[in-house]
Design a protein around this ligand. Structure first.
Ligand code: DX5
Ligand code: ZN
Length: 228
């Protein structure tokens, strides 16, 4: 049975108080932390690295979902697993043998996930899903690289298409999520929500997460029933 999971994306946290932000997210009811890694090449921005993952691992007890927006995930995936990543999400658009690296992530003891950009067709990930190489599909609902962007609605039909074929697979969304867009995503079959700006700018993260969990659970209900 799939679970609804809310994962704060610490890219939106106060960088000067990152450790406290991780603990705050955990105390507020986060199911896991989402950590964005950018190399200034795959995306036009540079963000967090393995030392931040290590810090998070030492600060909280919830799982860490590490999103690699880097050109060569094959060179770095293991470093992030050693640092404490539980899930490693790589991009189908990366310049590497994606199938091999998903396999290696699993072999190294982490949970492999495949990420797909808004303009990439879902046919690109069909083989990977058929071979069960990924335990999660992360749908980018913004162009990767920056927090605080607007949710791209055209991604919703792609989520729906994959949900219809894979009723038991974790489907996550990342970018531009608030209560409304998270509920929209759940209605199209998403069960995991990576949320940056909305949660870290909220005056009460606990109630924001609780509300989002409650409403996405209701919106996701038709899928959880059909997957029984
Ligand atoms: C974007 C990142 C997202 C980002 C989401 O490239 O992958 O995880 O932090 O931030 P918001 O929720 O602010 O769009
Ligand atoms: Zn992300």
């Amino acid at each position: 049975m799939l679970e609804i999971q809310i994962m704060p994306s610490i890219l939106a946290a106060d960088i000067g108080r990152l450790e406290e932000a991780c603990k705050h997210a955990e105390r507020s009811g986060a199911d896991a932390l989402h950590i964005d890694v950018m190399d200034g090449h795959f995306v036009p921005n540079i963000s967090l690295g393995p030392e931040v993952v290590r810090m998070a691992r030492e600060s909280v007890n919830i799982p860490l979902s590490v999103h690699l927006m880097i050109t060569q995930p094959d060179r770095y995936a293991e470093t992030f697993i050693e640092a404490g990543a539980d899930t490693v999400l790589i991009h189908i658009e990366a310049s590497c043998n994606v199938e091999e690296i998903l396999h290696n992530i699993r072999k190294a003891g982490a949970r492999p996930g495949i990420t797909i950009n808004p303009e990439t067709s879902v046919t690109m990930i069909e083989d990977i899903l058929q071979q069960q190489l990924a335990d999660e599909v992360l749908f980018m609902t913004v162009h990767p690289g920056f927090g605080g962007q607007r949710f791209i609605e055209s991604v919703l039909s792609k989520i729906n298409a994959i949900r219809e074929k894979y009723p038991e697979l974790d489907l996550s969304v990342d970018g531009g999520l608030n209560l409304e867009t998270a509920v929209q995503s759940a209605r199209h079959g998403a069960n995991i929500f990576m949320v940056g700006t909305t949660l870290f700018k909220a005056t009460d993260m606990t109630s924001e997460i609780a509300q989002m969990r409650k409403q996405t659970l209701v919106a996701f209900q038709p899928f959880s029933l059909s997957s029984k």
